[in-house]
Ligand binder design. Structure first.
Ligand code: C2E
Ligand code: MG
Ligand code: MG
Ligand code: MG
Length: 277
């Protein structure tokens, strides 16, 4: 204490940290309450075939509507939920909700082929993760082939025996695996070759990059890599006709983004589907 008062900067630093920790704790309490009060919900963003326009998939994206009605984006609370461990039950809820909605869609016409669900590293590491997925599928009656788990590159690239084992079990179960935000992590190409993934998701940053005239187009390289490794490729963050045209010409099969469809509530999505005829 006396030491910290002597050193002014040190005192300021700890005070700031104290404030941050308190703010985080408050946000955490609110998040737990929101989960209990069912103020967390999912939106679904469509994915399409860039050549045919065919509706191919959906991605479930979590949303939190706070007390005063403002929307708190997942980038702000997912890390918190991971830190507190809430992500395990939250993630299981996302998985179940997305599977049930997809199973319901499958009973109707014009359902897409698959539903993508984001999985955090913390969830993936749980001993009962595969059991949680299996249960969500069984309870909802959804075919495993209709579920795609989106795992970020950093999770998949650790190369540990546990991850390899878990991925193998999931493949065994029949779900597909997409590597999310591809290109932003630290993939070893030799490891990627062995990874039992089905799809690479080109990170939005590389789609944005298409707009700048100079420099290498990473998106194109990822598309070629996907071809060589026999992995499907989907681009996220398509915001213009230019993005779409460029990616299609480069051989990218599928895409999602605001230009194609925003993340939508179930009812809006049903309308979006209907309006496409
Ligand atoms: P992500 O999985 O890479 O999801 C794509 C993000 O890009 C979503 O942000 C989506 O709304 C946004 N997006 C889609 N198209 C466009 C576009 O054309 N332009 C722009 N600017 N953005 C676009 P969102 O919903 O805020 O989610 C952010 C991240 O939070 C996700 O990135 C994912 O990593 C995480 N996340 C979302 N839902 C869940 C969840 O249920 N579980 C876990 N573990 N993570 C989630
Ligand atoms: Mg994703
Ligand atoms: Mg992504
Ligand atoms: Mg992303």
């Amino acid at each position: 204490r006396s030491k910290s008062t002597q050193r002014g900067s040190y005192t300021v630093f700890t005070r700031q940290m104290g404030t941050e920790i308190r703010e985080r704790a408050t946000l955490m309490q609110h998040l737990h309450k929101a989960f209990d009060a069912e103020r967390l919900f999912l939106m679904y963003q469509p994915q399409i075939d860039l050549n045919t326009g065919q509706f191919t998939g959906l991605e479930a994206l979590i949303r939190w509507r706070s007390d005063n009605g403002t929307m708190i984006p997942p980038v702000e609370f997912i890390p918190l939920a991971e830190y507190s461990g809430l992500i395990v039950s939250l993630g299981a809820w996302v998985m179940r909700t997305a599977c049930f909605f997809m199973a319901q869609l499958k009973k109707q016409q014009r359902a897409p082929k698959r539903m993508g669900v984001n999985v955090s590293a913390v969830q993936f590491r749980q001993d009962d993760f595969v059991a949680t997925v299996r249960k969500a599928l069984r309870d909802s009656g959804l075919e495993p082939a209709c579920l795609e788990l989106e795992i970020t590159e950093s999770v998949t690239m650790t190369g540990s025996a546990l991850f390899e084992q878990r991925l193998a079990e999931l493949k065994q179960l029949g779900v597909s695996i997409a590597i999310d935000d591809f290109g932003t992590g630290f993939s070893s190409l030799s490891y990627l070759d062995k990874l039992p993934a089905d799809r690479l998701k080109i990170d939005r940053a590389f789609v944005t990059q298409i707009d700048s005239a100079a420099g290498p187009r990473i998106a194109e390289l990822i598309i070629q890599l996907g071809k060589k490794l026999n992995l499907a490729v989907i681009a996220e963050g398509i915001e213009s006709q230019k993005h779409w045209d460029y990616l299609r010409a480069a051989g990218c099969q599928e895409g999602q983004g605001y230009f194609i469809g925003m993340p939508m509530l179930e009812t809006d999505l049903m309308q979006w589907i209907a309006s496409r005829g």
